[in-house]
Structure formats: C-alpha cells, structure tokens
Design a protein around this ligand. Structure first.
Ligand code: SAM
Length: 502
C-alpha cells in the first residue's frame, strides 16, 4: 500500500477534482476525498505527488472515468419531477414543432444522464407529444461515469426506477424480463449515450444552436460556482434561439447566467434562451409587465399581510435597539451606491426621507437593482403599492431573477386582491432563493386565509426553519417592521391555527 496522502495532498486533490471534473467538495468531505485518493494511489501504484501531477495534466488515460465512479452521485429515475415532463409535452415540444416545421427535426440533450432514465423519459415524452412518425426526434445523453452509461445502454430497470411511470406508459413502452422491466426497442432507438465530461470544453458537443432543449438536472448542484457558470454558458451557446433548459428542483440560474428567461408553468420552473420569440403558450413570464391592475388602497384592518405589518406592535423602531441588527452592521446588500443611510431611515420608519434619499441618488445609480428594490420596499411601507409594483416591474425587466422584487410584488398583488398572482410571485421568489424565509411565510398566510390548512402548515413549517437562520439585513429589509423574534412568533401562532406544532 502507498503511504497515506497528507492533508496538503488531499487539498490539492480537491482542487484538481474541481478543475477537471467540476465537482465541489467542502471541508466536511475531506476525509472521504482522502479515502478515495488513497484507493486511487494504491490502484495506480503511484506516490501522491506523481499521481496528482499526472491527474492535473490532460493525458492521464482512464483516470477521470475511474474518479467519476468514485465521486459522482447517480440517483435518478424515470419521469423524475413529472411536472417538467408535462411542460416538455405541452409547451416545449409544440413550440419547437412550430419553429422546426420545415426540417421536422427535434434534438434533445440529457447532460449528466446517469443510468439513462432521464434520457429515455425525454424520448418517450417527446415521441408521444410529437405523435407523427415522420419527425426525426433524437436524444443525445452524456455522462462522465462509464458504469452508469453501460447500465443506460442495457435499458433494464427495477420497479424502483419506474416508480413515477404511469401504468399506461409502462404497458406501452416496457416489457418484463424477470423482475426487471426492459425498455422496448422503440423507446431506445432514438437515444444515444456517450462518455463526456461536462466540465471540459468540447466543440462538438457544444456546437452552437444544436439542441432544442437541454436537460441538465441535478448536476450543477454538485459543481463549483465557476464550473456551473461555465457549463450553463456552454448550454446557452448550444441551444437554438428560444431553446429550453431544465434544471433540477434545487438548482436555479440566479447569479449563474442572465442568458435565459425564467418560465413557470405546470407548477415547475425551467428556462428559455433569451433571444426567443416569445410564445403565447409559455408566456407566463414574470418579468413581463402586465397591464396596470387597479391598486386597492391599503386599508388598515384588512387581513392582508401588508396590513398586518402596518398594524404590528413590534415596529421597525424596535430593530434599532436590537443587538441582532446594529446600525451600520454592514449586512446591507452590496451596492455601488451606499445604501446604509437609507436603510437607517427605513429602520426609523422615516420612509419619506428614505425615499427622498434613494431618489436623490446620482443618475448613474438610478437603475441599480439594489436601489430599485429598496425604492420598491419604501413605497410599499408607505402604502404606495402602485408605485411599489411599478418599481418592481422595472427592476424585473432588468433582473428577471431578483427574488426580492418577486416577493414585494407578491405583497402588492395581495393588496390588490389578486391572491393567485401573489402566491405565484411568492413561489418564484422561494424557488429563486431557497433560503428566503419571507415568501414562504407569506405563502403560508395566504394558504391559511384561503382555508388550505395543509398547504399552510407545509409553508409555515418551512418558513419557521428559514426564519431562524435568515440574514439579519433581510429581516430589516423585508420583515415589514417585525424583528426576527416577532416573525417567528407570528409564524408559530399561524402554524398552530393550521393544526401544526412549532
Ligand atoms: C444526480 S445524477 C442526475 C441524473 C439525472 N440528470 C437526473 O436528474 O435524474 C448526476 C449525474 O451527473 C454526472 N456528472 C457529474 N459530473 C459530471 C461531469 N463533469 N461530466 C459529466 N457528467 C457528470 C454524474 O456522473 C451523475 O450521473
């Protein structure tokens, strides 16, 4: 056995794995990485330095594949996140068929396909949705892990892999072989599998305008931020104009790419390359300014969340004395223009003064997203919900994935009596920023008021968890005058009403 690699070698190994495979491992995983490195050194009969030197060069044949077997997570199943396949069938395929009517060709990519379930699900869904055998529909599927690709090519799956597959599709596309299900030739024919590294440049894989839609789900969540950005940039390049990208549930493009519009249909989120011709079918775009809805003036005593905030006994002033939020804590969002004086005025509930300050910002900062968001919040605090809504829409036209703007819009929509749109904006905010407590709390309150105690309980339970670790500056900015403790108490009280236990 080769001598154990030291901490420095393991750290170098981590850096090379990030660079060559894209994968990120935090400090808690160092012991695991050390074990993997030890196994690879033993297998290759190399000392740590020599092994790491070879791994860092481009020509260490077979080693990247061997590492992929050790380091990747390969969990997958057919029709995972079924809503996305409904969006594929009902939005993406019909729209791409209109655009490709002359060529009758549709191309899909499953990037990080694991054992093939995703690629075959795309093929089955697309074939069913196209419904015309004269169309050429193909799915290219790539992964770094050769063991997974072998399994994909065999196309034999357990009951567990088919747990989300409808009986109808099972009957139509699979037949039993012993205790397993074999995908029929018809489902396999249009799907090809290749060993490819998504963390590497590959001019053939990423040829411009090659794919109508790319599924790259539950891959970037394991990547370093730089590698995730680089991969999404390659995907953007390789999609046709208006092409679609599907990510996993826990992945967003917020802060990763601005080359896409966010789409929200079928209770799911996906993306469309920004140079598309907008289709009516997929036009529930949150950045699209809607015709001005009449804003119902905020009435104290109404049961809206904004009204609750205004009636709250714990006011913003309390925050001044809160050790959790010292003035000038530096926790304000980074901005080119200094937001702290305006935030200080917000803390003092001097909304008019704060607004004057924000609006007096030099013109070069006038369209800064942080400044626009603060302006929207100040309008909302002052009860000028029409102005708050207009400012949010201006901001979303510039930064479609601004979770804060979606949340403030949710408050405005609720005050205007449009609870469906309010919940919609809350869901977008919660999806874009999974750590953002306020949209979850608002969704819980909306559900409870609509009499949906189950949904209320679900959202409020999640809100409670998030509130406990929510950033202090965000509580100041979005908490509507409540302290963290005030918001937690409110959340717990509402949870009890919904039959939950805090
Ligand atoms: C969790 S699975 C996701 C499977 C499928 N996309 C889904 O969502 O059900 C992640 C897959 O990404 C693959 N992967 C990770 N890093 C990769 C890389 N650098 N290049 C290619 N594939 C990679 C892994 O081998 C693994 O099969």
């Amino acid at each position: 056995m080769i001598a154990s690699p030291g901490a420095e070698a393991v750290d170098r190994f981590r850096g090379i794995v990030a660079r060559r495979l894209g994968l990120q491992f935090d400090d808690a995983k160092l012991a695991f990485l050390g074990e993997v490195l030890q196994r690879r050194l033993d297998q290759r009969h190399r000392a740590p330095d020599a092994y790491l030197w070879s791994l860092d060069s481009e020509s260490f044949a077979g080693e990247i594949a061997a590492l992929a077997k050790e380091l990747t997570v390969n969990e997958t199943y057919f029709f995972r996140n079924g809503e996305q396949f409904r969006a594929l069938a009902e939005i993406v395929v019909p729209e791409r068929m209109r655009v490709q009517a002359a060529s009758k060709v549709l191309r899909f990519l499953s990037a990080g396909c694991a054992s093939g379930e995703e690629a075959y699900s795309i093929a089955i869904t697309a074939r069913e949705a196209v419904g015309d055998a004269t169309w050429d529909v193909s799915v290219r599927a790539v992964d770094l892990n050769p063991a997974m690709l072998e399994k994909a090519i065999r196309a034999r799956y357990s009951e567990w892999a088919l747990r989300e597959t409808s009986p109808e599709l099972r009957r139509k596309w699979f037949h039993g072989v012993g205790r397993e299900a074999l995908l029929d030739e018809a489902g396999r024919i249009a799907v090809t599998f290749e060993e490819k590294n998504l963390a590497a440049e590959d001019s053939e894989l990423w040829r411009p305008s090659r794919y109508d839609a790319v599924f790259c789900r539950n891959v970037t969540m394991y990547f370093t931020p730089e590698q995730a950005r680089a991969l999404v940039a390659r995907i953007a390049r390789a999609l046709v104009p208006g092409g679609y990208l599907f990510l996993g549930h826990a992945e967003t493009l917020r802060g990763v790419s601005d080359a896409f519009h966010l789409r929200h249909t079928h209770d799911t989120f996906y993306y469309q390359r920004i140079d598309c011709v907008d289709s009516p079918a997929a036009s529930r775009r949150h950045a699209t300014p809607r015709p001005a809805d009449p804003i119902v003036p905020l009435a104290l005593g109404s049961d809206s969340w904004v009204a609750t905030i205004r009636e709250a006994s714990e006011r913003v002033a309390a925050l001044i004395h809160s050790p959790a939020a010292p003035a000038g804590s530096g926790a304000a969002p980074a901005a080119k223009w200094d937001l702290l004086p305006a935030l200080d005025l917000l803390r003092q509930e001097r909304f008019g003064d704060a607004l004057d300050l924000v609006r007096g910002a030099p013109p070069e900062f006038g369209r800064d997203p942080d400044l626009l968001l603060l302006e929207a919040i100040l309008h909302a605090h002052a009860g000028r919900l029409g102005a708050a809504e207009d400012t949010c829409r201006l901001l979303l036209a510039r930064d479609e994935m601004n979770a804060g703007a979606h949340y403030v819009l949710a408050l405005c929509r609720e005050s205007a009596g449009d609870r469906a749109a309010a919940a919609d904006h809350d869901r977008v905010a919660a999806y874009l920023d999974t750590g953002f407590a306020m949209p979850r709390l608002h969704l819980g309150l909306l559900a409870r008021r609509a009499g949906d105690r189950d949904a209320g309980r679900r959202e409020l339970t999640q809100a409670l968890l998030l509130l406990k670790r929510e950033d202090t500056s965000r509580i100041l900015i979005f908490g509507g005058g409540f302290s963290r403790e005030g918001l937690i108490a409110l959340c717990e009280a509402e949870l009890r009403i919904c039959g939950g236990s805090p």
